[in-house]
Design a protein around this ligand. Sequence first.
Ligand SMILES: [Zn+2]
Length: 240
Amino acid sequence: MSKPLALLAYQDADIEKQQIDAAVRTTSNRQKLNKLAKYIKQQQATLNKLNDDMEVFYASVSKIKTQYEAVLKRLDLESSEFETLKGDEECTSEEMTEFRHDIEKLNREAGNLEKEIKQLFQNLEGAVTEYQKTRQQGAKAKKEYDQLKLVCQKERDDAAVDMLALDKKMEELEKKVSPALMSRYKRVRLHHNIPIVEVREGKCSGCNMALPSLAIRRLVGEDMILECENCGRLLYADNN
Ligand SMILES: [Zn+2]
């Protein structure tokens, strides 16, 4: 007999375990959970950005407010000086005109600053609204995430039960395989999910490379397990 039945049964259980593990990582719930996690992360990034924006707005408003107050103070001074000069008979009309121009210019400056402040507050309001909306959406997503996480945990637990049963089966099968062959299997398993394959039509069915006929004769004749020179998988001949 050159077909290593116990090792092949062991490999079947091993493959089934890999499939269960892969399936539980890609269930629709798990995919939805991953998507939600990504979404929550994006929401958090948006919140951070809005926070930064709002800080910039506050700083700008405070700076412009200081400028605005300075302009109002100057306006106040110039206006009262103007009132005083109006009663002064020595004041020329040129001086009066100059004063009037100064006051008009200051009024324009104050008006522009008021507009700027109004615009900034509008921007700030927009950012606050977006912040609140984003936070609500984030909280909703987080709630959904927490619920879904429990579902995924249950899926994992169920899979773990099946995988544990396969572990036990593999443990029993391992006793029927020679330790030397088992250690070869485990070594190849590091690189290949299916470490032992059949020789089919003179080829390794793992990588499809044609095997030297001498190697096949040895495989068939001496009941040996060879390794494919190309891919390193273990080879067996199914000649019953
Ligand atoms: Zn091969």
